[in-house]
Design a protein around this ligand. Structure first.
Ligand code: SAM
Length: 218
């Protein structure tokens, strides 16, 4: 997702109370950034942020960080959060970062993150761009550097090729596949507690099956 450049977006992001500036300075200190010390879950490629705002509201006993690299998209998440907070929904357990996820190991210390969510990640269909896919071995190595022991990656997509690629990469990287489904919305056990993302709603309404896997480093 890349929206048209929006004038003023950078300044709004720079001054937003929801966005952590210079996140590399918080490496190893994330527990103290939030009001409560509790498990930290992150979404990489958050888009407009609906999933993470719903998760933060549903699970006040966890801290959440949403990561989005494009200003124009993060701006939409900030605006959405502002309007939700006007309706008295205060999410003190959720922060946003405007960074490229390639920098995750510079931002989070070893073991600092308990779960990584990847939702409807960009497919990057050309073979020469495979390393940009958020489920590539290159990215799995980055997650390994920040996840706590037993910490998982959860990945949802409607893109069959990207899903198959991800299953192969998980094996190649020496990760353990904990669960997978080729039709999440018809699989009651994996649907329990499912929170829909913007893309998930759109693609499932079009009749596309939603694929999901959960994996962790062996
Ligand atoms: C297709 S959208 C999905 C948005 C949302 N997760 C959903 O399911 O509705 C993928 C998002 O990931 C972001 N993204 C892709 N690669 C990224 C990276 N390396 N670092 C941070 N964000 C990234 C894109 O800018 C885009 O907004």
């Amino acid at each position: 997702m890349r929206l048209r450049n929006i004038p003023g977006a950078k300044e709004i992001i720079r001054t937003s109370e929801y966005v952590v500036q210079n996140p590399e300075a918080r490496k190893g200190l994330w527990a103290a950034v939030f009001p409560k010390r509790q498990p930290l879950h992150i979404e990489v490629g958050m888009g407009k942020g609906r999933f993470l705002m719903d998760m933060a509201a549903l699970h006040p006993d966890r801290n959440y960080v949403g990561i989005e690299m494009y200003d124009s998209v993060l701006l939409r998440a900030i605006q959405k959060r502002e309007s939700r907070e006007e309706e008295k929904e205060r999410l003190s357990n959720l922060l946003f970062l405007c960074v490229d996820a390639r920098n995750l190991p510079e931002i989070f210390d070893r073991g600092e993150v308990d779960r990584v969510y990847l939702n409807f990640s960009d497919p990057w269909p050309k073979a020469r761009h495979a390393k940009r896919r958020l489920t590539s071995c290159e990215f799995l190595k980055r997650y390994e550097k920040i996840l706590s022991p037993g910490g998982c990656v959860e990945f949802k997509t409607d893109n069959r090729q990207l899903f198959e690629f991800s299953l192969e990469e998980i094996e190649r990287a020496g990760w353990e596949l904990l669960e997978k489904t080729y039709d999440l919305h018809r699989e009651a056990s994996m649907m329990a507690g499912n929170v829909m993302t913007e893309y998930e709603e759109k693609f499932s309404q079009m009749g596309n099956p939603i694929y999901k896997l959960t994996a962790r480093k062996k």
